[in-house]
Ligand binder design. Structure first.
Ligand code: FES
Length: 176
């Protein structure tokens, strides 16, 4: 597993320097770690704890509390499909079945090539545009199976060596 690279360390340092209390930078620091490796490694937890001056147990506790942080390798492309009422009534189940067929995995599983994973999540706050899927920081509203089919084909055609991308949380600033 990986420790933070020098570049990631510098990013966390810069983020921490903006806060009166360095520990307040914990959530964006975890995003930096997740952007680096696709998930938050134990080594990154130790590094973040050292940089922010808190215990590894505190960092691990926060990382394991929030579902947007992963503690194991996940797919490079992660789809989050809303399964709550409005979306359930407007075709979320068809979207989920389609993903199972197209990707050959169930919710929470990663495809053997390490590229795709999908999750069924609670309301994404765009109920009027059901069914809704979140991919990275982009909402796909009134999603159709044809659009999803095209999206997956387009992602599959990308080079395998393209950098790993972790999901972003809108509103959490991890920029330098
Ligand atoms: S129920 Fe799906 S976005 Fe709210």
């Amino acid at each position: 597993m990986a420790s933070l690279t020098e570049s990631s360390r510098q990013r966390v340092e810069r983020i921490a320097s903006r806060y009166p209390e360095r520990r307040s930078a914990l959530l964006p620091a975890l995003y930096v770690a997740q952007e680096q490796d696709g998930y938050v490694t134990d080594e990154a937890i130790d590094d973040i704890a050292g940089i922010l001056g808190i215990s590894p147990a505190e960092v691990k506790g926060v990382a394991s509390f929030y579902t947007m942080y992963y503690n194991h390798p996940v797919g490079r492309y992660i789809f989050q499909v809303c399964g709550t009422l409005s979306c359930a009534l407007c075709g979320a189940e068809e979207v989920i079945r389609f993903l199972e067929r197209k990707l050959g995995v169930r919710a929470g599983q990663t495809t053997p090539d390490g590229r795709f994973m999908f999750e069924v999540v609670e309301c994404l706050g765009a109920c009027g545009s059901a069914p809704v899927m979140l991919f990275g920081d982009r909402y796909y509203e009134k999603l159709t199976l044809e659009q999803l089919d095209q999206l997956i084909d387009e992602l599959r055609s990308r080079p395998a060596e393209e950098p790993q991308r972790a999901p972003q949380l809108t509103g959490v600033d991890t920029q330098d």
